[in-house]
Design a protein around this ligand. Structure first.
Ligand code: ADP
Ligand code: MG
Length: 356
């Protein structure tokens, strides 16, 4: 693992010390600056610099491709998100998509729409974070696009990964009777967001160590690549998705694509100590945040109950806690069940960009 905040982790080359800002450097100077900081990668024949990158997919494997946008004031705020962790997160969310298919992340393209007020230092730190995340997960930056933006900062990342066809895990394979599993703890990122939103009210108080962990779950998520790959490799799981929009919404996608439903046991949903401690700050029922709050980037997967012990063991070996939180059902609904047995039919409650 790398030392996340070490300034020495990756140095952007500063050949020309007179370059102070982006307009000074120009589009091509900026691209050269980003290219000089990136490293070669597996299967890369031609990287940044030509009209298209050329890569070699490993023999027998298929190509997995995914793309994500991060827009200022939609997905992040510059006042909350330091550029280093924004760079890390921009790639992490894409790596998480490849992991959720059981794939091996390999190649990324990074496109930026840069507003006039953005400093060169911001871009350098952003790139340093992006490339640190890339290096931790064996990803090579092989291209992108660089434009000016009249609105806020626009970040678009395309990622490619590879995997043998028989090991690719889709959303569509869940079977009635399967356990519904989640990795890690849920709701931390959403709670971190609540804390940031309330920060002005509590200025000077700070959130303590527990609060900082919650906020860093939001600002610097860790894609569960090792766990996802191990699960895919064993062939024990029937469907998988990464939890970006909240468990209810994301399990809902598995349910829909597998033509099944499911019951989530609320008291089984794993909550961190920090989440429990911070629950007193919020007025809503904390489980709602845990099952509907997005951006945890944990995994949700399904597997026959006969595999329960083996999966728990495998996840321990990966250094990850995994918890069975419910069961796949034949009826098409996704329900929650509270500790007292009360059942609640859940409409899709995750984040949706076009819901007001
Ligand atoms: P074109 O005009 O053919 O689109 P560009 O001038 O946009 O080419 O890009 C030149 C090279 O730099 C290409 O290889 C492209 O992939 C790469 N590139 C451009 N912007 C970025 C970026 N933000 N990050 C990484 N590579 C980039
Ligand atoms: Mg271009």
């Amino acid at each position: 693992m790398c030392e996340r905040n070490s300034k020495d982790y990756m140095k952007i080359s500063h050949d020309d010390q007179t370059v102070k800002d982006i307009s000074n450097l120009g589009e091509f100077g900026l691209i050269t600056r980003i290219a000089s900081a990136s490293k070669p990668g597996i299967g890369v024949i031609t990287g940044i610099g030509d009209d298209a990158a050329v890569t070699d997919v490993s023999p027998g494997m298929q190509l997995l491709t995914s793309t994500d946008m991060l827009l200022e004031n939609v997905h992040f705020r510059r006042s909350w998100h330091d550029p280093y962790r924004l760079g890390r997160k921009s790639l992490a969310v894409s790596i998480s998509d490849i992991a959720a298919m059981g794939g091996i992340p390999r190649w990324a393209l990074m496109s930026l729409g840069i507003p006039a007020d953005l400093s060169l230092e911001f871009i350098d730190e952003f790139t340093r974070g992006f490339l640190a995340m890339a290096s931790e997960h064996g990803v090579a930056l092989i291209g992108g696009d660089t434009c000016s933006s009249r609105g806020g900062l626009i970040i678009s990342v395309t990622i490619m990964g590879e995997q043998y066809p028989q090991l690719v895990v889709r959303r569509s394979g869940a079977q009635p009777g399967d356990d519904i599993w989640v990795t890690g703890t849920l709701g931390d990122a959403a709670m971190g967001l609540r804390l940031l939103e309330q920060l002005p009210l509590h200025e000077g108080e700070g959130w303590g160590e527990g609060g900082s962990i919650l906020i860093s779950r939001l600002l610097d998520p860790s894609p569960r690549t090792a766990a996802a790959f191990a699960l895919a490799e064993t062939g024990m799981i029937t469907a998988m998705i990464d939890i970006s929009d909240g468990l209810l919404a994301d399990f809902g996608h598995i349910a829909e694509q597998s033509a099944v439903g499911g019951t989530i046991n609320l008291d089984a949903v794993p909550l961190s100590a920090g989440f429990r401690a911070a629950s007193s700050y919020i007025s809503e029922f904390p489980y709602n945040l845990a099952i509907s709050g997005g951006e945890d980037y944990e995994l949700c997967f399904t597997s026959p109950p006969s595999r329960r012990e083996k999966i728990a063991l495998l996840m321990k070996k990966c250094g990850i806690e995994a918890t069975p939180v419910g069961i796949v059902t034949t009826s098409p609904e996704v329900c929650t069940r509270a500790a007292d047995g009360t059942r609640c039919n859940q409409k899709n409650q995750g984040f949706n960009h076009f819901t007001r």
